[in-house]
Design a protein around this ligand. Structure first.
Ligand code: NDP
Ligand code: MG
Length: 377
């Protein structure tokens, strides 16, 4: 179990739950980072007393410096501040910012040989090969927070060499089975209301479009070094099984628990040990159906696109993920429709160049270009 932690994205859904876990487990918080929600960040600072906090937005950082002038704390800003928070006197970092802005701080933490409690899946989607190679070379452990990957990680402990296939489960989101005509008029309010999970706005929209499952498909490829053909997506609307692995002899192992992100967050912090937790327990006497189905590629075009990008490799996943971030932001701002998300992302991917083994700079350039393309469409 870790004793000190830095939390990037502490004001978000995962960040707040990570702070609650740290408090419960007696883990000291050394640094916090957010984008601009300094009201909540100040509360967190006063409660957890980190020595460092970073605010991405410079004006908000200035305001926070004034607000906490009575405390012994340094306030950084911009990407530099975020990167510093990632390595600020801690043995582990929870990467819970949303989007590919998490990439560089994650690489910094890896270089500092910290444990990465990885929630920020966009980091692995855009630069999985680079991140995993850096972790192997530095000997840094990446422990997934994403519930599916935590499940797979737990099922594979001690038996990685017996893996035949990953069964990546997903609820199917609030619009499971809807046609393109039916989703045309979906509003941001409808899209952020997920039946089983309460999450940040961006990942909620990704869950609705099933882009989230596509991002998770690529995340799993990198985390567990498997090929696209080794992962099968299974729709399981009840979200009780968080994912499964099929072993070489045909045995299937699954991880089950109530759908509460607090659990995988806690496990990433206590691994390889476990601690008691306050979460509800599964009651198999009360449980009704557990059902499974195949995703319909016609009705989940974002998932199909992500699986295609996974096979293409190179900068395609980075382009797709960055374009999706930009398109989802436009949708949430009421500037484009729900179906436009897929259309804009697909158009950006269509125009992406082929770079077989991209360097970090190639990825960052492709990322910026993809965002520009989405805004200009
Ligand atoms: P939220 O939108 O709730 O929170 C995002 C956090 O990141 C906020 O603290 C936000 O700060 C901060 N942030 C955003 N941009 C920056 C930036 N440029 N610099 C510094 N901080 C920034 O997201 P979630 O907690 O839902 O998700 C976070 C990550 O975890 C995502 O990658 C998501 O895919 C992943 N994840 C989330 C799950 C969930 O259940 N929520 C499940 C599995 C994975 P501010 O509040 O100031 O804007
Ligand atoms: Mg997930």
């Amino acid at each position: 179990m870790i004793r000190t932690v830095s939390i990037l994205g502490s004001t978000g859904s995962i960040g707040r739950q990570s702070l609650a876990a740290a408090e419960r487990l007696g883990i000291r918080v050394t640094a916090l980072a957010a984008q601009r929600n300094i009201g909540l960040l100040e509360e967190q600072i006063r409660k957890f007393r980190p020595a460092y906090a970073a605010v991405y937005d410079p004006a908000a950082a200035r305001a926070l410096r004034v607000a906490v002038a009575d405390l012994d704390i340094e306030i950084g800003e911009g990407l530099e501040g975020l990167r510093r928070a990632a390595v600020y006197g801690c043995e582990a970092v929870v990467t819970a910012v949303s989007g590919s802005v998490g990439l560089r701080p994650t690489l910094d933490a890896i270089a500092a040989k910290e444990r990465i409690c990885l929630a920020n899946k966009e980091t692995l989607v855009c630069a999985g090969s680079i991140v995993m190679r850096a972790a192997r070379e530095a000997g840094a452990q990446i422990v997934p927070v994403d519930s599916e990957h935590s499940a797979i990680f737990q099922c594979l402990e001690g038996r990685r060499d017996q893996l035949h296939k990953i069964l990546l489960t997903g609820s199917g989101g609030p619009f499971r089975g809807w046609t393109r005509e039916q989703t045309a008029s979906v509003t941001p309010e409808q899209a952020v209301r997920h039946p089983n999970w309460h999450m940040g706005a961006k990942i909620s929209v990704d869950s609705a479009t099933m882009m989230n499952k596509g991002l998770e498909f690529i995340e799993a490829m990198h985390l567990f070094s498997v090929r696209p053909d080794d992962i099968q997506v299974v729709i399981h609307p009840q979200s009780v099984i968080h994912s499964m692995v099929e072993l070489i002899d045909g045995t299937v192992l699954a991880q089950l628990a109530v759908p509460d992100m607090g659990l995988p967050i806690q496990y990433a912090m206590t691994w390889p040990e476990r601690s008691p937790s306050p979460y509800e327990r599964l009651d198999f006497w009360q449980m009704r159906d557990m059902t499974f189905e195949a995703p319909d590629p016609e009705k989940t075009p974002c998932l199909a696109l992500a699986m295609d990008c996974a096979r293409r490799g190179g900068v395609a996943p980075a382009v797709m993920s960055a374009a999706n971030e930009a398109a989802v932001a436009l949708f949430l701002a009421g500037k484009i429709g729900y179906n436009d998300i897929y259309d804009r992302v697909a158009a950006a991917v269509e125009r992406a160049g082929e770079i077989p083994d991209p360097a970090l700079d190639d990825i960052l350039t492709a990322d910026a270009e993809a965002r520009r393309l989405v805004l200009e469409q």
